[in-house]
Design a protein around this ligand. Structure first.
Ligand SMILES: NC(=O)c1ccc[n+]([C@@H]2O[C@H](COP(=O)([O-])OP(=O)(O)OC[C@H]3O[C@@H](n4cnc5c(N)ncnc54)[C@H](OP(=O)(O)O)[C@@H]3O)[C@@H](O)[C@H]2O)c1
Length: 306
């Protein structure tokens, strides 16, 4: 399953699995993170054959980008796909800002932290309340023409906001919350993206660890967004995946990641990791060739999750 996918109408290509890095330097978002683990996670990912790294200014207010920038100095930059995001304005209490002026400055400062001269995929991380979305995207298109970014992305935009952003057909890729337990993108977003040749990257693909199969009924309090009944159903669905995973001598996480990689509506799956061992395990999802019957069985097991 090592074939490359193309991002939108761009020349950017990626393997179907990348690395999510909100736990690399993301000290403002998670407790008890160590920079040394962040360095080890990124290094392990690249050494294991992962070439796409998904970061953002917001992960450690630049720290994640800095760590990645340090690590990639030892590797061939041309083989890597670096995706980053910005919107939170450090000079205005991190309020979202999509103005052309802000976005241009944000790309320049991300380039410095990443210690590189181009960003493969740049996403507007969140929409702001005032900038017309197509105007923001046209500013990114100028950066694309200048060679500073290679693909234009938006994240956390509603479908209407994506349509406005894509008025001139310039959006290449969308990143949004999607997993087997959060499937509302399937009904309207996926058909729009398919029809417009826009790539899709799901975030929270492992539902923040829940879809690795490592949690039990006793852990419900960690996932208080689910009612007890929902949580019980979710664990039951995970157990069905475990039976399928056993047939492949794979882990639940590997089979779930393989499911996303077999789904044509998904371009790159970017599981996050706190420790290098997790990356090492997750990348092995590339070796799992799910049979169609198992793909459909997993789909069915989670059919009731919206
Ligand atoms: N665009 C956006 O607004 C947005 C929002 C959120 C995330 N993202 C991006 O999407 C990426 C993925 O989302 P996410 O990292 O938040 O969630 P996720 O991929 O659903 O879950 C990742 C977490 O699951 C646990 N895990 C991963 N592999 C494991 C394994 N093999 N065994 C056991 N546990 C494992 C780790 O946490 P523990 O070890 O702590 O359990 C890891 O941090 C992020 O890293 C980030 O790059 C983007």
């Amino acid at each position: 399953m090592n074939n490359l996918i193309k991002i939108g109408n761009t020349e950017v290509t990626s393997k179907k699995i990348g690395l999510g890095t909100n736990k690399v330097g993301g000290h403002n978002l998670f407790d008890n993170l160590k920079d040394e683990d962040g360095y080890a996670v990124v290094k392990k990912a690249i050494d294991s054959g992962i070439t796409t790294l998904d970061t953002a200014y917001m992960y450690g207010l630049g720290r994640s980008e800095e760590i990645i920038g340090d690590v990639i100095q030892d590797y061939d930059r041309s083989k890597l796909v670096i995706a980053t995001k910005a919107a939170q304005d450090p000079d205005n209490d991190l309020k979202n800002n999509n103005s052309p002026k802000f976005l241009k400055a944000a790309v320049d400062s991300a380039l410095k932290r990443l210690k590189t001269d181009y960003i493969d995929i740049f996403y507007i991380h969140f929409p702001d309340e005032t900038t017309p979305k197509d105007e923001a995207v046209r500013a990114l298109n100028e950066l694309k023409k200048a060679g500073k970014i290679r693909a234009i992305g938006v994240s956390n935009f509603s479908l209407d906001q994506i349509k406005e952003a894509n008025k001139d057909g310039l959006v290449d890729i969308v990143e949004d919350n999607y997993s087997l337990v959060h499937r509302n993108a399937e009904s309207e977003l996926f058909p729009y993206l398919r029809a417009n040749n826009i790539s899709f990257v799901p975030y929270f693909p492992l539902a923040s660890g829940l879809l690795t199969g490592k949690y039990s009924a006793a852990d419900h309090k960690k996932f208080s967004q689910y009612t007890e009944a929902q949580y019980t159903d979710l664990l039951a669905a995970v157990e069905q995946v475990r039976k399928i995973a056993d047939k492949y001598e794979a882990s639940v996480a590997q089979v779930i990641l393989a499911w996303y990689m077999k789904n044509p509506d998904i371009s790159i799956v970017i599981p996050g990791a706190r420790k290098p061992e997790q990356v090492e395990q997750n990348v092995k999802a590339l070796d799992v060739e799910l049979r169609n019957s198992d793909y459909h069985a997993i789909d069915e097991a989670f059919a009731d999750f919206a």
